[in-house]
Design a protein around this ligand. Structure first.
Ligand code: GLU
Length: 291
């Protein structure tokens, strides 16, 4: 049972860029005979009412999904099991670093900004208790590779860095990188279509999957939608949600289909003409209508 999925974080209304990515995920899945699943990534940053509005907007553009909506907040046992498996393999360690310490350490020469420099990786018991200082520790993966290669339908074989990613945050919340790997495998997701802002996270996630004896999915990281300044589209750019656009007399789906060079203005019409290899590789610049 193969499947694709859309996995929104319920932190606000979806904008036309999110809807376009969701439409593409659906088109990739349906055009390849896969099931399509809906997973709410509500471990963090939940805004009340947002999930309902997101699901209503997705249904309004004609997107359907198989089975019940899955919520990460209801799957803690699965994540705890995966963490226990990694611990049993000796691949988990406590990290006491603050964000500031990591920022400072990674601004040193020969360090790559954004990658964990390994400060807490090999502490002795004494050093650990010195560093602990009353702060709850985060848990990190003891990665034994520096990079990993994924298979992406738009980017080909993509190799990116792997570092000691956080598995559980200091506040006890399971980290996105672990949850996404566990969920995709558990739900039978073998095709991950999402925005290309996440391309750089995929080598870490695919590597983590192999450590858990899970098969990494095939990826398709699709170009983001940008504003007229060339930055990632955001709510502050104006009329960008389905409701805003409807209020200004714009049909979001017509804009999305034409941005993909596809005929029609419904998902069903797009599906008939969809070919994954024709997905535009360049970002789509969206000019919000003036209100
Ligand atoms: N929840 C993430 C987001 O909304 C997407 C994660 C994923 O597709 O793997 O940005």
């Amino acid at each position: 049972m193969t499947a694709g999925r859309y996995a929104p974080s319920p932190s606000g209304d979806l904008h036309i860029g999110n809807l376009r990515t969701a439409a593409l995920a659906w088109l990739f899945a349906r055009s390849t005979g896969r099931r399509f699943l809906m997973r709410i990534e509500d471990l963090d940053r939940v805004k009340v009412g947002s999930e309902e509005r997101q699901l209503a907007d997705l249904a309004a553009i004609g997107l359907d999904w198989d089975g019940p909506v899955v919520r990460q907040s209801q799957r803690s046992d699965l994540y705890a099991d995966a963490l226990a498996d990694l611990r049993a393999l000796g691949l988990v360690y406590e990290c006491f670093c603050t964000r500031r310490e990591i920022r400072e350490a990674t601004s040193a020469p020969h360090q790559t900004p954004g990658l964990y420099p390994g400060t807490c990786r090999d502490l002795s018991a004494v050093q650990r208790s010195e560093r602990r200082g009353g702060r709850p520790a985060a848990l990190r993966l003891r990665a034994d590779v520096g990079d990993f290669t994924i298979d992406d339908q738009l980017h080909g074989a993509f190799t990116g860095p792997v570092d000691d990613v956080v598995l559980r945050r200091g506040d006890g919340i399971i980290a996105y990188n672990l949850a996404v790997v566990v969920d995709d495998a558990d739900l039978g997701v073998d095709q991950v279509v999402r925005g290309d802002d996440l391309l750089g996270s995929s080598p870490r996630q695919a590597y983590l999957a192999t450590l858990l004896d899970l098969a990494p999915p095939v990826y398709a990281h699709v170009p983001l939608v940008l504003n007229t300044d060339g930055q990632r589209l955001a709510k502050r750019d104006g009329a960008v949600t389905l409701r805003d656009l409807a209020d200004t007399g714009q049909d979001a789906m017509t804009a999305i289909t034409s941005s993909l060079g596809l005929p029609g203005d419904t998902l069903a019409e797009m599906l008939a003409a969809f070919d994954p290899s024709d997905v535009p590789r360049a970002p789509w610049v969206f000019t919000p209508p003036t209100t």
